[in-house]
Design a protein around this ligand. Structure first.
Ligand SMILES: CC(C)(COP(=O)(O)OP(=O)(O)OC[C@H]1O[C@@H](n2cnc3c(N)ncnc32)[C@H](O)[C@@H]1OP(=O)(O)O)[C@@H](O)C(=O)NCCC(=O)NCCS
Length: 184
């Protein structure tokens, strides 16, 4: 799916552009995801687990853009990738009422309102699609993310104990949140 470019103003007064990831930016997108995974414990992978080539990343961007069931939105600030988010609309007759969200923004751009701007677009996309339940998961301790998700009406409905094991040998629980777009 393609997201029509949208300009937003960040909390520091700078301008940012929300747009679909472009295949020409595959290398930048790969650097961005590796960097994000090194900046926080709250993403599911370590940077070294992103051992894909630029050509594979290009193929992934092409798949995203042509997929009828996934919308990705990248935030660019001064031409650089600041963050990305995705909503995946589930297929299957029994699960197509659900859509799953993922988001990661680089540390230099946290708390500037990018996450909130992206969530507004993701909720609007889910509403347009007729999605009934939006869902996401986050790792215990990610208070900034939880604040953002609760602000947009998501509520924790279950917890998966010890879902992640970090390099230091400690474990983290994972929380599953839902937002209902209609009463069930
Ligand atoms: C979590 C994340 C997506 C939020 O995006 P963001 O652009 O920083 O979000 P915003 O600036 O729109 O909003 C952040 C909100 O959290 C609040 N906040 C900041 N630090 C906080 C903290 N430690 N505890 C609670 N709330 C906090 C801010 O005040 C702001 O609230 P407001 O909108 O009510 O004023 C982003 O920080 C990020 O990508 N983090 C690393 C990767 C990650 O955790 N991804 C999510 C995996 S589930």
């Amino acid at each position: 799916m393609i997201f029509e470019d949208k300009q937003i103003t960040l909390k520091d007064g700078k301008t940012a552009i929300l747009k679909s990831p472009c295949v020409e930016d595959a290398e930048k997108l790969l650097s961005y995801i590796k960097k994000s995974c090194g900046e926080t414990e709250y993403l599911a992978r370590y940077p070294e687990e992103w051992n894909i080539t630029v050509a594979q990343e290009e193929a992934w961007v092409n798949r995203l853009r042509s997929s009828p069931d996934t919308l990705a939105i990248t935030c660019y600030v001064d031409g650089e990738v600041a963050g990305n988010c995705e909503i995946s609309f589930r297929g299957g007759m029994k699960t197509s009422h659900r859509a799953t969200i993922a988001i990661a923004i680089l540390k230099d751009y946290w708390n500037l309102g990018i996450g909130s701007a992206m969530f507004e677009e993701l909720v609007a996309a889910a509403q347009n699609r007729g999605t009934e339940i939006m869902e996401l998961e986050f790792i215990e301790g990610n208070d900034r993310a939880m604040h953002l998700y609760e602000k947009f009406g998501f509520r924790v409905v279950s917890e998966k104990p010890n879902a992640f094991k970090l390099k230091d040998g400690t474990y983290r629980n994972e929380f599953y949140m839902q937002k209902y777009l209609r009463e069930i």
